[in-house]
Design a protein around this ligand. Structure first.
Ligand code: XCC
Ligand code: SF4
Length: 657
């Protein structure tokens, strides 16, 4: 049987059930015609391993692997005697360690780049935003008055390096955590030291025969997760802002319709902004533009996907072609002349699809080679050597296009780029830029609360659908939504990131959106930019009137279609920061066990956040809204929704009372 015949014998699900993205559905159909298999097909034909899904197995030593029974979780223990709680907690800890390692390593790359730029060893990048540099230096207590930028920058580098390497003591950005939250962390013993130490200890403790008490293991993975959220990821965001600029609102286009048949189409997919920034230079290089014209192209069309795309979407308004579950599908258009990748979320399956359409798939990062892809290494000291070469190869592919092209003619518009700095400015205006108007509107009930809806897409659920339905439900109930990562692309495709989408919001949120001219759904960047959400929450607490710790805020988080270990780590740092966080798809803990109760209830009793789980978007929304209402009640602002208006002064008086 040929490969094409084998594929045609496999289970084929109607694409409309696999994805809410019409462009992706169209490409699944074309792909099947062309004999292409994607992750959607593989997911339909490979059931998730039920034991792994419950995290009921352990392979931490070779007396095992040991398999426990999720239906009778306390019926057996592993060969060493490990209980189901130990096994699940250890597995969870290692997911957090892996996810946190991905973000913190990304952050460290940004910091390496920053150091080399400041030392003058790298000339192709520079400090783009000195104001932000001064601000960040200020946050970590570096003297800036009357000092040279270079000296401040060097001090900042040294200080932020502690985020990774510090052996003892608290990481620098702990200075941005609201006092009461920090107090709770200190009491619980979860203030992070350097990420390297936390990840190392996490791996040590989860080795066979070390930590075998699920609460103690949880303590370590909370600390590891916080080293990501308030550490590695925050460094990635802040340094990227210093080097490449702070995002401000910009009109953008998403979906596969951003590809252009008469141009050289070049996709960058992955996570680190330095590669993309250099690619922007290369596609504007006159000699390369001329080469493209000489090859018969009208120009070079650079577009992003996944988080790489999200970074340049918010900074430069570069079009975004689609999220995680569209990366194979877009190659099926036949119109992609090169796909360049760096790190994270890059499916190995891309190689085969790219091969079928003669699209060069190019890896660039020493951390990520893929069998069958071409590797052209990217060096920051000479970035254009790599990106120019990629453009040349893309032009070559354009010139030799031989296969039919089918680009779904679907393009959606939105406004993205709402950094925490911009939210500050947007709501307050130039003269009173602060979070006060946001807090006021929450207190007076026009805005019921804030939800962060973030994360991946996953072929185990209908692509984009859970994100979109959840967010529609939230805004209808006056909850302002902030977004990062692949989720925001789903919402833009559904038309919810335009100011006009305000009509889909409840009356209160609609009024605020219309007054300010903002969408009810705010796209703020890539997944490391979840740190912007942490900062926005910290600002809300510091502004006053909404309690004293992050756990007091009427906010909630969700990753309705998550798939990565990074998402698990993000979820855990939100929970440890004090935020109720609901995940969809599946949750790797057996319900009814002690560890499950601890994660879903116990942590909240310790003064931080807790986990929630639901597959259904409406149920998810109900849970988040109920939590927000509970927090409003605790703050004494629940009546405000019935238009009992209360201003900040009244609130502060209440707090004192
Ligand atoms: Fe990856 Fe960041 Fe998830 Fe998208 S949202 S699938 S992690 S690209 Ni980060
Ligand atoms: Fe089994 Fe214990 Fe070894 Fe895990 S550590 S594989 S539970 S014997």
């Amino acid at each position: 049987m040929s490969e094409k015949e084998i594929i045609s014998k496999k289970k084929e699900i109607d694409p409309k059930e696999l994805t809410a993205c019409d462009a992706t559905a169209q490409m699944i159909i074309k792909g099947r015609r062309d004999g292409i298999e994607t992750a959607f097909d593989r997911a339909a034909n490979m059931k998730a391993c039920p034991i792994g899904a419950d995290s009921a197995c352990c392979k931490h030593c070779f007396m095992g692997p040991c398999r426990l029974n999720a239906k009778d979780p306390y019926g057996k223990v592993g060969i060493c005697g490990a209980t189901i709680d130990t096994i699940m907690a250890r597995n969870f800890a290692r997911m957090v360690a892996a996810g946190g390692a991905a973000h913190t390593d990304h952050g460290m790359s940004m910091l390496d780049l920053f150091r080399e730029v400041v030392n003058g060893n790298i000339k192709d990048y520079k400090i783009k935003n000195e104001t932000k540099l001064l601000q960040v230096a200020g946050y970590v207590g570096i003297e800036t008055e009357g000092r040279e930028i270079k000296d401040i920058a060097l001090d900042l580098y040294k200080e932020l390096e502690r985020t990774y390497t510090q052996v003892e003591g608290e990481i620098p950005f702990v200075s941005r955590v609201p006092e009461k939250t920090l107090e709770t962390w200190r009491k619980l013993g979860i203030v992070p030291r350097g990420a390297m130490r936390e990840i190392m200890e996490c791996m040590h403790r989860t080795h066979m025969g070390v930590d075998q008490e699920y609460k103690n293991i949880t303590k370590q993975f909370s600390r590891t997760a916080l080293a990501d959220g308030w550490g590695g990821s925050m460094v990635a965001t802040e340094i990227s802002d210093i080097l490449f600029g702070i995002p401000t609102p910009v009109s953008i286009e998403v979906n596969m319709g951003v590809l252009k048949e008469d141009q050289v189409n070049l996709i960058v997919h992955g996570h680190e902004p330095n590669l993309f920034e250099s690619m922007i230079e290369s596609v504007n290089e006159p000699s390369l533009l001329k080469a493209a014209k000489d090859a018969g192209a009208k120009g070079i069309n650079l577009v992003g996907m996944c988080c790489s795309g999200a970074e340049v979407l918010v900074r430069h308004g570069i079009p975004h072609a689609g999220n995680f579950m569209s990366t194979e599908a877009i190659l099926v258009t036949g119109a992609v002349d090169a796909m360049t990748v760096d790190v994270q979320c890059i499916k190995q399956g891309l190689v085969k699809v790219a091969d079928c359409y003669k699209t060069p798939l190019i890896t660039t990062n020493p951390r990520c080679h893929i069998e069958g892809a071409t590797h052209i290494e990217f060096h920051e000291h000479e970035p254009k050597a790599c990106t120019d070469e990629i453009v040349i190869r893309a032009i070559g592919r354009f010139k030799n296009r031989s296969l039919p092209i089918e680009i779904p003619q679907i393009k959606n518009a939105g406004v993205h780029g709402f950094s925490h700095e911009y939210i500050n400015y947007m709501l307050g205006g130039t003269f009173r830029s602060s979070y006060t108007p946001l807090n006021d509107n929450i207190i007076n009930g026009r805005i019921r609360g804030v939800a962060g809806v973030v994360g991946c897409t996953n072929p185990r659920v209908k692509q984009d659908w859970v994100h979109v339905e959840l967010v529609k439900e939230l805004i209808k109930n006056d909850i302002l939504v902030v977004q990062t990562g692949c989720s925001q692309i789903a919402l833009t495709k559904a038309g919810l990131t335009t100011p006009e989408a305000a009509h889909l919001a409840g009356a209160g949120l609609k009024e605020v959106c219309e007054t300010v001219g903002m969408p009810p759904v705010l796209g703020i960047g890539s997944c490391v930019d979840n740190s912007r959400i942490l900062i926005a929450c910290a600002e809300m607490v510091k502004t006053g009137g909404l309690g004293n710790s992050l756990a007091d805020l009427p906010v909630a988080g969700a990753a309705p279609e998550y798939m990565s270990e990074k998402a698990i780590c993000i979820g855990q740092y939100f929970v440890a920061s004090g935020i109720y966080t609901v995940f969809g798809v599946t949750f790797p803990i057996v319900e009814g066990t002690n560890f499950h109760k601890y994660m879903f209830e116990g942590l909240e009793q310790e003064g931080i956040g807790k986990w929630g789980f639901a597959v259904d978007p409406y149920e998810m929304a109900r849970m988040m809204i109920a939590h927000i209402d509970k927090k409003r009640k605790a703050l004494g602002i629940d009546k405000a929704r019935d238009r009992v208006l209360m201003d900040m002064a009244d609130r502060r008086a209440l707090d004192v009372a």
